[in-house]
Every structure is written in structure tokens, then in C-alpha cells.
Design a protein around this ligand. Structure first.
Ligand SMILES: [Zn+2]
Ligand SMILES: [Zn+2]
Length: 257
């Protein structure tokens, strides 16, 4: 499988995963012009996508949809019912949806897709596992706490895009309003660096080859802090795992796993 993350963070999220001829997109959280600029820089053709999957209805995951859908109306839009409804209201896109039940597994091209529920303050947020039989990509960001579904999916992953949103000290000492600090640190907020490392320790994902730290807060985190927190958890796995931080402003390298 091949993965390209076009950007990750509270200013926008989108990625593309490919297995053989099957290209799937996840989230559409940049304005469409910026998303298509990044896609074309990476040689990804949106018209070739067999589906655009949504994690949840926050604007940093869906704000480009109205224009994207106008330009690529044939790309099916996948979400659970509550998320599809919420994004329809937000973006005005009310056709092209293929609604699934959270936790059901279904094929799209050469990939099998499983969603899992995550606690976050959105309509009905999910993460995903995309599996082609040989490799599997875990996508789990925007979650206040890991659930059974999160742990189960991560255990099966060969590559993971995992949230490592904030450093708790930087969050508490930031000049953000108390209500926002509580939201971010709460059960329906975002995983801290330590939460992400604890999750990897708890799951001990035996197949994992590549771990990409995602949705890093600009104000309340730094790439070196996220890496520092995760490094020992990865070392405890006892075998080499590529560990990197995803960027908000530029597409990632191409990952193959
Ligand atoms: Zn987000
Ligand atoms: Zn969110």
C-alpha cells in the first residue's frame, strides 16, 4: 500500500491511500484549490478516486467538499449517517453519499474498509482501517480517548496515522480560554503526546512498520515533543518502526508499507 498525507492539523486534513489500482481519499479539510494544488504536486488524480471517506464533520476535515464535489461529482462520498447529514448541512452537498454503519466492514475496489467509533465532539466521529490483505492503514485522529475499536484496529495496522495533538503542559500554560483547554484535554477532545504513547504501549502493534504522528497542535505542541514522547514506546516494540511527524503546511513523502 502507498500513503500520501496532504496535510495534518487543525488547519486542514486530507490523505490518499492506494493499493494496486484502488485509490481512496480520506477527508477534504483544505479549501479545494489548496487541496488540488497539493494533490497535483504529489501526482494524485482526484478523478481516479474510488471514494472519499469522512472521519467527522469538523471543518478542518470537510471544508473543501462543496467545490471538490462540483468538480468531481463521480467520486462517491462515504460516511456514517449522522456524519453525512451533518456535512450535508455544513457544505450543502446532499447527493453522492454512500452511507455505512459504523463498525461494518465492506470492500471498495481492492481494499476492505472498517470504521470504528471514536470519542470526539462531532456528530458521529470515526477512524478507519484500510486493509488489502497484506498491509493495513490505521487512521485515528481527533479522539479524546482510545476505545476498544481503536485498539483493535491499531493492532492490525502495518502503518498508522495516529493523533499526538498536544503537550499537556503547553496546553495548560497556553493563553487559550479555560473552556477550550478543557475541551481539548477532555474525553471528547484530542489525544495528548502521552496518551498516544500509552496507546502504542497498551496495544503493542506487532505488524506496525510506520508510525506517523498526526494533528500536531501549533500552539500547544512541537514535533520534537511528540517524537520524544513516542520514541520510548516504539523502542519497547523491540523492532524497527519508522517514526515521523506529519506536517500541516506541506504534503508528506510517499510512504510504502
Ligand atoms: Zn481535526
Ligand atoms: Zn475534530
Amino acid at each position: 500500500m502507498k500513503l500520501r498525507v496532504f496535510g495534518s492539523g487543525s488547519q486542514g486534513n486530507a490523505l490518499a491511500v492506494r493499493s494496486g489500482e484502488t485509490l481512496l481519499l480520506v477527508d477534504c479539510g483544505f479549501c479545494n484549490r489548496e487541496l488540488e494544488r497539493r494533490m497535483s504536486a504529489c501526482g494524485v488524480d482526484p478523478d481516479a478516486a474510488a471514494g472519499l471517506f469522512f472521519t467527522h464533520d469538523h471543518t478542518d476535515h470537510c471544508k473543501g467538499l462543496a467545490t471538490f464535489h462540483k468538480r468531481h461529482p463521480q467520486v462517491p462520498l462515504y460516511a456514517n449517517g449522522n456524519t453525512a447529514d451533518a456535512i450535508s448541512v455544513l457544505t450543502g452537498v446532499d447527493d453522492g453519499w454512500r452511507v455505512f454503519e459504523t463498525a461494518e466492514t465492506f470492500p471498495v475496489g481492492g481494499l476492505s474498509v472498517t470504521s470504528f467509533s471514536i470519542p470526539h465532539d462531532a456528530a458521529d466521529p470515526v477512524g478507519y482501517l484500510f486493509d488489502d490483505g497484506a498491509s493495513a492503514l490505521f487512521v485515528g485522529t481527533d479522539m479524546g480517548a482510545p476505545t476498544f475499536g481503536v485498539r483493535d484496529a491499531l493492532a492490525r495496522a502495518t502503518c498508522a496515522v495516529l493523533e499526538s495533538n498536544h503537550d499537556p503542559v503547553l496546553l495548560q500554560t497556553s493563553d487559550r480560554p479555560v473552556s477550550l483547554k478543557q475541551r481539548i484535554a477532555g474525553r471528547c477532545g484530542h489525544l495528548s503526546n502521552g496518551d498516544a504513547a500509552d496507546l502504542v504501549r497498551a496495544v503493542c502493534p506487532q505488524r506496525l512498520k510506520t508510525l506517523l504522528l498526526a494533528h500536531i497542535s501549533r500552539q500547544c505542541n512541537a514535533p520534537y515533543l511528540a517524537l520524544e514522547a513516542m520514541r520510548s514506546a516504539v523502542a519497547e516494540l523491540g523492532r524497527p518502526v519508522a517514526l515521523e511527524v506529519l506536517d500541516q503546511d506541506a504534503p508528506s513523502p510517499l510512504y510504502e508499507f
